[in-house]
Design a protein around this ligand. Structure first.
Ligand SMILES: Cc1cc2nc3c(=O)[nH]c(=O)nc-3n(C[C@H](O)[C@H](O)[C@H](O)COP(=O)(O)OP(=O)(O)OC[C@H]3O[C@@H](n4cnc5c(N)ncnc54)[C@H](O)[C@@H]3O)c2cc1C
Length: 384
């Protein structure tokens, strides 16, 4: 029997789209399936912040560098705006400045630097910022608006790359080269299951084997504050979360200090990322609650912790909340991502470090080359 598709990708979040992108680019016929008619999971609820500098040294860092490079290409080919580039890591104390300096000394990443005070004071955002000890500027990050970019990428793949998308196609079971939805059974030699935290429902044995937990995050949108932020901003609280910084010895003193100054923030896993959309509104967050039975209700106290951290960064602003939402992803204390064979040619793929926007394109490229490259197709030139 002839199979109409070479590759089936289940899930139209960023991980599924990235696998479809690379497979279609190699000339394979790709079918995408999703329970919903458009992405509604973590991939449209996040900051859209492609972080490089904070990634774990080892395999993740070059994967993030590669992903950011592919994002630039995707944004050009598909027409997705890069809203902001680079990042500012803002230190408010001597302990956090010591972490930034240690990073500059010890990281293999080049191109980052500490700004001179006049460099930030003279920026439009300067008058809004409070007392600052130091700022590390990284040129490596980029930021897209996920609510626009993710659906646009799916549409482009369907209209220009020969990808076929079946919405409302909930995969109930998978087997050796097939996936079953209520309405049809689809076959292909290669299947990538990119299910986000829904993996637990379809493949509970994989969920257990990788000791995954659900992580729930609270996010806020603030009304425009009348100033353009050239770079996403993060603060001291982020330095103890991102492995690129958190693995430095100097972080121990910072953690001890933050335990005194921000005890509730640490208990609720709150750190601060501030990004800006084209309309001037700010997306700020986030918090981290872990467990398989995280409750689906927002907690006002957690939102206030996020807002307190924002006011500490920008005491010159009066934040007005215009939107609040929750997001979830599958998290692991172990590796940042995995690709797991569940049947011959059928793989479950996950990013488990909360960094899917930052790692997906690099990971998918590696997976597609490993699983499909041997068929000897050559990458298509898509307008670059
Ligand atoms: C609030 C928040 C902020 C974040 N910020 C960032 C950030 O700034 N930078 C960063 O790098 N990462 C960030 N992350 C992490 C990032 O969003 C995730 O790692 C990434 O989106 C996961 O993508 P995914 O495609 O695996 O999952 P998802 O986006 O959840 O997509 C999974 C898809 O699979 C479909 N699906 C599931 N089961 C089935 C089934 N049985 N049949 C058919 N379809 C199915 C779902 O409907 C869904 O569309 C953040 C996450 C959250 C929640």
């Amino acid at each position: 029997m002839t199979k109409p598709y070479d590759v089936i990708v289940v899930g139209v979040g960023i991980l599924g789209l990235a696998h479809a992108w690379h497979a279609a680019r190699m000339g394979y016929k790709v079918l995408m399936l999703d329970t919903t008619a458009s992405a509604q999971g973590a991939s449209v609820r996040n900051f859209g912040f492609v972080t490089v500098t904070g990634q774990r040294p080892g395999e993740d860092l070059p994967m993030a560098v590669r992903s950011a490079a592919i994002w630039k290409e995707v944004s050009e080919v598909v027409g997705i705006s890069i809203e902001q580039t680079g990042a500012w890591f803002v230190a408010h104390s001597a302990a956090s400045e010591a972490v930034l300096k240690a990073y500059l000394r010890e990281s293999s990443m080049t191109g980052c630097c500490l700004l001179a005070p006049e460099d930030w004071q003279q920026q439009p955002v300067g008058p809004f910022l409070g007392e600052i000890q130091a700022i590390l500027h990284s040129p490596h990050e980029l930021r897209i608006n996920p609510r626009e970019g993710i659906p646009k990428l799916l549409q482009w793949l369907c209209e220009h790359a020969g990808v076929h998308f079946e919405p409302s196609a909930h995969v109930q079971t998978v087997g050796d080269g097939w996936v079953q939805t209520p309405g049809a059974c689809y076959q292909a030699d290669h299947v990538f299951l990119c299910l986000g935290d829904r993996l637990q429902a379809l493949l509970p044995e994989v969920w257990r084997a990788f000791e995954l937990r659900r992580c729930m995050l609270q996010m806020l949108r603030l009304e425009p504050i009348g100033v353009r932020l050239d770079h996403p901003m993060l603060t001291d609280l982020s330095l103890i979360r991102y492995p690129g910084f958190a693995t430095l010895q100097e972080t121990q003193a910072l953690r001890a200090e933050l335990t005194e100054t921000y005890p509730r923030h640490l208990e609720e896993g709150v750190h601060l990322i501030v990004v800006q959309d084209a309309d001037g509104s700010l997306v700020v967050g986030d918090s981290h609650a872990y467990g398989d039975d995280v409750v689906p209700f927002r907690r006002e106290e957690v939102d206030q912790l996020i807002l307190d951290a924002f006011k500490d960064l920008m005491p010159g602003c009066r934040p007005v909340v215009s939107e609040r939402w929750l997001g979830t992803y599958a998290s692991s204390a172990g590796p940042s991502w995995f690709i797991e064979p569940v049947w011959p040619g059928v793989h479950a793929v996950q990013v488990t470090s909360g960094a899917g926007m930052s790692l997906a394109f690099g990971l998918a490229e590696k997976n597609v080359q490993a699983c499909l490259g041997k068929l000897g197709k050559t990458p298509k030139n898509w307008g670059n």
